[in-house]
Design a protein around this ligand. Structure first.
Ligand code: SF4
Length: 337
């Protein structure tokens, strides 16, 4: 996708613009959406603002989600720097490889609404005050978004900034959420999603393909439930097993079997076809750095997956939205988007 994340440690792009442009012919990507709305390339800069998470500090739980090692979610971020330092470093890296000079500050690591509201506002505004930042995207949990947080995001949006709230739902099945120790329910997601969109704040929901005990029935039913509640953007992730997680322990003992690359590509293409055209895909796959990735190894090669999804859709002759309202049949169970 065009909204590129930059690997600050290596000072290079992770993403290939050419392949993302091809994917954008078939999928409504965030990069393409930004290009249409702003008339220029906009880069998303992932930030680690030093938050923690209520599912780690004892408020909701202590172990965190079974798959969570935040180093895998924001490999581009140099958390040794403060927020202005992280943005400044990204700007240098970007200047080497592209003419794009506009950015969205993406508060990615951990739970980026988990602080006093005055502290949050100071942090968001500090990022927004950096040169050429046109907006923010705030990643968080469904149970960690107060009315005060929504007030703040609404205020920023009313100031003309690009603003997104990103909610990690991962699955719409409470049994799965419990199994992976998410510490929240679908109902909490529904409540926050409705409140967010009622204020006109764009909502991007994160979904994981390949969670323990789930199959295509669950992925499609999760999509159906998220679409029914209402959403503006989606991120699809394959579940990867990374070091220092409970999932890694389960995988080593044979208790978890990761998806094959071809299955992920096919499932992602199916979900994209059943997603209405106006919904923006902020991501259709994810990667983890080789030093922490245990399985599946294909998750270290993001471009193979992106090219695979584009190829799959091209072979089918379909685009995003082509199967909205059509059934998805798996193992005799029919699902309608
Ligand atoms: S809610 Fe997010 S940061 Fe917290 S443990 Fe789960 S994946 Fe990690």
């Amino acid at each position: 996708m065009h909204s590129k994340l930059f690997n600050l440690k290596e000072g290079r792009h992770f993403e290939s613009a050419s392949a993302s442009m091809i994917l954008s012919n078939r999928v409504n990507t965030y990069g393409q959406d930004l290009l249409k709305r702003y008339g220029m390339r906009v880069h998303k800069v992932a930030l680690d603002a030093g938050f923690t998470c209520p599912n780690r500090d004892g408020t909701k739980g202590t172990g965190g989600c079974t798959f969570c090692n935040n180093a895998s979610f924001s490999p581009a971020t140099d958390s040794r720097l403060d927020v202005p330092g992280q943005i400044a470093k990204a700007r240098v890296a970007i200047a080497k490889g592209t003419r794009a000079r506009h950015f969205i500050a993406y508060f990615q690591a951990y739970t980026n609404t988990y602080a006093d509201i005055a502290e949050l506002e100071a942090m968001y505004r500090e990022a927004l005050a950096q040169p050429d930042i046109i907006g923010i995207s705030v990643g968080t949990r469904p149970d960690c978004v107060s009315d005060a947080v929504l007030d703040l995001l609404e205020t920023l949006r009313d100031e003309g900034l690009e603003v997104w709230l990103e909610l990690g739902l991962q699955s719409a099945f409470d049994a799965t959420l419990e199994k992976v120790n998410r510490g929240h329910t679908l109902e909490e997601y529904r409540h926050t999603a409705l409140a967010t969109r009622a204020r006109g704040i764009p909502l991007c929901t994160h979904l994981i393909i390949g969670l323990p005990g789930e199959d295509e029935y669950h992925y499609h039913a999760t999509l159906d439930r998220v679409l029914k509640i209402g959403v503006d953007g989606l991120k699809l992730h394959p579940l990867h097993v990374v070091k220092h997680t409970i999932l890694a322990y389960q995988w080593r003992r044979g208790g978890y079997q990761p998806l094959l690359q071809n299955d992920y590509i096919r499932i992602a293409a199916d979900l994209i076809e059943r997603t209405p055209q106006h919904i923006v895909f902020h991501r259709v796959t994810a990667t983890a750095s080789k030093d922490i990735l245990l399985a599946p190894t294909w998750c270290s090669q993001k471009w193979n997956v992106l090219n695979g999804i584009e190829h799959e859709l091209r072979q089918r002759g379909t685009n995003q939205g082509d199967r909205v309202g059509k059934s998805h049949i798996t193992e005799g169970i029919q699902h309608v988007a």
